[in-house]
Design a protein around this ligand. Structure first.
Ligand code: PLP
Length: 393
């Protein structure tokens, strides 16, 4: 069965160019980049190139790039570093819609006595910047706000938020795991101190991440060990993956604009056709402040899990809520924070596209999904009573 993969915010396919760049470093060029001999030295040279490629994509300097094992590690390293370097401060500002890599960490820190402010969002998933500003106190050790939401694609004004934090001498971190490679980022033009990236969201492999740390920002390492990453992250480097991530960043820098135009056109086509073809459906999240590849659509009176199962029979892959929470039947914390009604939140599906999707795939989903929803609603007592009420009205 052909797979129609519309779950690219969960993970992406490794680009063929990325795989090709990585392969020699698993077998032939397996040297340790820290070794004195030139066999290791040639790998170290390749890591320098990868560091430059990553830095170029986000407008950073190579020595501001720290390679980590994933986005979650980068997020943890950033928050823990801010707390360690400002031990007298006990307050963290974040939002209600963060990924568990930040949300669960902050809950854990709250259990250790830190005060955590989770900023609310409005019905479109947007932040109130005045509220953000008024939450900052002399006790605030760090502000951490995601650049783009993994479930809705909604984009936060992180550059503005970073400037507000900086005016008060508060370090600012952003989880840019979903925005890197999808929208332009230039850290030089902003006051962002720390920024997290995850390779597998931009066509590099799983298990490789980056933490950008602005030059001059106080930093305390999360993983303490060898002198790798200039003592900022111990552990022998994951050389093939770092080289792969470098290549993925180079491709993203070169192709982002053209790819995004194509991806956005397909996303909009899918969204419009589903909204037009399926009654009682709506998009969750702001229509404009949004990633070009994501649409989160609610189909009222049906279970998201049931939709996923029936789509799966056609090889269509998407998500209900985020991949990390789909094991739970609770509506996602993001949709709850936006006040999406229960009957809508339960039937929400996230479609997230990539440059590897095509028109034929989108047409296939547009053909298959409306009958799936109709079939499920036919079994739903809520929908039957709504439909009867409409007929008798
Ligand atoms: N932050 C966001 C916004 C994410 O979407 C994800 C993954 O879904 C992460 C962090 C965690 O990244 P990783 O899977 O590399 O740990």
């Amino acid at each position: 069965m052909k797979i129609v993969y519309l779950d690219n915010n969960a993970t992406t396919q490794v680009a063929p160019e990325v795989l090709e760049a990585m392969l020699p470093y698993f077998h032939d060029l397996y040297g340790n980049p820290s070794s004195m001999h030139s066999f290791g030295g040639q790998v170290a040279q390749k890591l320098r190139e990868a560091r430059e490629q990553v830095a170029t994509l986000i407008g950073a300097s190579p020595d501001e790039i720290i390679f980590t094992s994933c986005g979650t590690e980068s997020d943890n390293a950033a928050i823990r570093s801010a707390l360690a370097t400002h031990p007298e401060r006990r307050h963290i500002v974040t939002s209600r819609v963060e990924h568990p890599a930040i949300k669960s960490l902050c809950a854990n820190l709250a259990g250790q006595g830190y005060r955590v402010t989770e900023l609310p969002v409005d019905k479109n998933g947007l932040l109130d910047m005045e509220q953000m500003e008024s939450s900052l106190t002399p006790d605030t050790a760090v502000v951490s706000l995601m650049w783009a939401n993994n479930e809705t694609g909604v984009i936060f004004p992180v550059e503005k938020a970073a400037a507000l934090a900086h005016e008060r001498g508060i370090p600012f971190h952003t989880d840019a795991v979903q925005s890197t490679g999808k929208i332009p980022i230039n850290v030089k033009k902003s006051a962002i101190d720390m920024l997290s990236i995850s390779g597998h969201k931009l066509h590099a492999p799983k298990g490789i991440g980056v933490l950008y740390v602005r030059k001059g920002t106080k930093f305390s390492p999360f993983l303490i060990g060898g002198h790798q990453e200039k003592g900022r992250r111990g552990g022998t480097e994951n050389t093939p993956s770092i080289i792969g991530l470098g290549k993925a960043c180079e491709l993203a820098a070169r192709r982002m604009e053209a790819e995004n135009t194509a991806v956005k056109r397909l996303r909009d086509k899918l969204e419009t056709a589903l909204l037009d073809g399926i009654p009682q459906s709506r998009v969750n999240g702001d229509l404009f402040q949004r990633l070009p590849n994501t649409t989160n659509i609610s189909f009222e009176f049906v279970e998201g899990e049931a939709i996923l199962l029936l789509m799966n029979e056609y090889g269509i892959c998407a998500s209900s809520g985020s991949a990390c929470t789909s094991g739970s039947l609770q509506p996602s914390h993001v949709l709850r924070a936006m006040g999406v009604p229960f009957t809508m939140a339960h039937g929400s599906i996230r479609f997230s596209l990539s440059t590897y999707n095509n028109e034929e795939e989108i047409d296939f989903v547009i053909e298959k999904l409306p009958p799936i929803i109709e079939r499920l609603r036919g079994m739903s007592p809520y929908w039957t009573s709504v439909a009867q009420a409409c007929v008798s009205a």
